[in-house]
Design a protein around this ligand. Structure first.
Ligand SMILES: Cc1ncc(COP(=O)(O)O)c(C=O)c1O
Length: 385
């Protein structure tokens, strides 16, 4: 196992920055397509808006960086008041820690020999908290951490209605907390109750009711844990769709919202106050009558949940997204012609970002920086060399 994650991360960073450096100084529509564009002026406004909103809420912000996979953006969020970050994978967590983020929560279970071993090695130099919902997993983590001579904090994940990870009853949480007490290398710190099933709810009144029910489920579990002598210092929950609902709950200490930095067509329809900072630049490569086709199909843009749209022509609907082709039906009024480059708003940001090596960071319409996306894809992205 490679123990020098920091150096490997820096090598990958340097390589990507160099590979895309020819874009620096270009205007945003001059970049080779398909390309991922981050409008930093808009992202800054989103970060500031969230920071201002959170001042009147109870919880602090711990942004989920599975959305953006960027140490540079994470540091901006922390400068604006976030208490740390959360990640979906151990690899994202190692990248964040290697890039200098001090407080990293893996808001997911870490299972499997190599992943646990990587966490144990990384925990020698960084501070990690890990979600857990199974005593066998706890045993495996404890064994590897003890062997490596290190430790992590843990929070018990609660299933609050999503049916994914998490213990299913308050008694199960108490049993797990009691088991954790017997294991070296693991320190109980609290709970996570991510109410993902509420994010998709378009009706705000229904979303509020469902989010309250989910947090009541968290409340029952932390009360039962407290009765058994386990105080939950961390109560982590919430996403972009519920940040102002769950963040106002006095039982919740931190909010895991991530997509608010970019927004996308999925979240943009649900949460007001934020603007779209992430786009994909594409070129019109085929035109037949009222059908126009761009070079940014589903290998270039996340189409989950909601379809992408043309940023400047939102009224034209996509017909479909093939691998390398995005087909739109337009009318005679549409001025677009072969070779035109236009920007698209992704249907879903996280599955768009994951397709790219880097952001073309744009300020005032010009590419001013290249920000690597590490790890690209779901795996270790070259961290284990
Ligand atoms: C555990 C967890 N927390 C928080 C989020 C919220 O992310 P977002 O703000 O992008 O909706 C997610 C999204 O999938 C998640 O899985």
């Amino acid at each position: 196992m490679n123990q020098s994650f920091e150096k490997t991360y820096q090598d990958i960073e340097r390589h990507i920055r160099t590979a895309y450096s020819s874009s620096l100084g270009k205007r945003r529509r001059e970049i080779i397509t398909p390309a991922l564009i981050l409008d930093l002026d808009v992202a800054r406004r989103n970060i500031d808006f969230m920071s201002t909103r959170l001042k009147s809420l109870h919880a602090k912000l711990r942004p989920h960086v599975k959305v953006q996979k960027s140490v540079q953006l994470a540091k901006m969020q922390i400068e604006a008041g976030a208490i740390g970050v959360c990640t979906a994978t151990v690899w994202e967590a190692i990248v964040m820690s290697s890039g200098g983020v001090k407080d990293v929560l893996i808001a997911n279970e870490v299972v499997g020999g190599e992943k646990i071993e990587a966490l144990a090695q990384a925990a020698k130099s960084g501070h990690f908290t890990v979600a857990i919902d199974d005593p066998h997993n706890a045993n495996d983590l404890s064994k590897a951490l003890t062997k490596a001579g290190t430790s992590v904090d843990v929070i018990i994940e609660i299933d609050v209605g999503m049916g994914r990870g998490g213990i299913r009853s308050p008694n199960e949480a108490v049993n797990l907390a009691q088991h954790l007490r017997t294991l070296p290398g693991l320190a109980f710190r609290g709970v996570q109750g991510y109410e993902g099933h509420c994010m998709l709810e378009p009706n705000r009144e229904v979303r509020i009711r469902k989010a309250h029910e989910a947090m009541d489920c968290v409340g029952r579990t932390i009360d039962k844990l407290a009765e058994a002598g386990f105080k939950s210092e961390i109560v982590s929950a919430g996403g972009t769709g519920t940040y102002d609902i769950t963040g106002a709950d006095p039982r919740v200490t931190e909010i895991q919202a991530g997509s608010y930095v970019f927004m996308d067509n999925f979240h943009g329809n649900l949460v007001p106050g934020f603007s779209k900072s992430l786009t994909v630049l594409g070129t019109l490569i085929i035109q037949h009558g009222n059908t126009i086709v761009f070079d940014c199909g589903r290998k270039s843009i996340g189409i989950d949940f909601v379809q992408p749209t043309m940023a400047d022509y939102p009224s034209y609907a996509a017909r479909y997204f093939a691998e390398e082709h995005a087909l739109f039906d337009v009318d005679e009024k549409c001025p677009l012609k072969l070779g035109d480059r236009i920007e698209f708003i992704p249907g879903y940001g996280p599955t768009t970002v994951n397709l790219y090596d880097a952001y073309h960071v744009v300020e005032n319409g010009v590419v001013t920086d290249i920000w690597p996306i590490i790890p690209r894809g779901p795996g270790h992205g070259g961290l284990l060399t």
